[in-house]
Design a protein around this ligand. Structure first.
Ligand SMILES: [Zn+2]
Length: 160
């Protein structure tokens, strides 16, 4: 609960040190180093325009402007905006990939249609061949019967 109600007194020198004060009055240094770090959020006070630097951990917190004493909210850092931008770019990429994939699917569907037509044609041909084969088989049966009869006759002749 102290975390949520914590007010940070952004003070002292411009873009340098910001001290956080908990409600209990115990001071806590969010950032001691005077040099601006990667994590720092640098923004201008919306009331007086003073440049304020605060540790990234202070994002979204309410602070008191050291110049005009107005309570202002620390904005979220640029890295988040950059991340959002990267996300958007990635999303754009995914959209492009999706679009390409959809195009490919359409191509494949069209190719599949063609393949289906070929299969249909092949099935028809196969069925025709099967019919032919059945006819030949029937004819072969007739020939076989005739041969059997000839053989039987020859056997009979030999036995006489
Ligand atoms: Zn101010």
């Amino acid at each position: 609960m102290a975390e949520e109600t914590k007010e940070i007194n952004a003070g002292l020198n411009e873009a340098e040190t910001v001290t956080a004060e908990t409600e209990g009055g115990e001071g806590e240094d969010l950032k001691i180093n005077a040099s601006i770090q990667f994590n720092d959020i640098i923004f201008d006070c919306p009331h007086c325009g003073k440049s304020i630097a605060i540790d990234g951990a202070g994002a979204g917190m309410a602070i008191t402007c050291p110049d005009c004493q107005n309570v202002i909210q620390v904005p979220y850092p640029d890295t988040m905006a950059a991340e959002t931008e990267a996300d958007a770019s990635q999303m754009q990429n995914l959209h492009e990939q999706l679009s390409a994939a959809q195009h490919r699917v359409a191509e494949l569907a069209s190719a599949l249609d063609g393949a289906n037509l070929k299969i249909e044609h092949l099935e028809k041909t196969q069925s025709e061949l099967k019919t032919h084969l059945e006819q030949m088989s029937t004819e072969w049966g007739v020939i076989q019967n005739a041969l059997d009869r000839v053989m039987a006759l020859m056997q009979e002749i030999r036995l006489r």
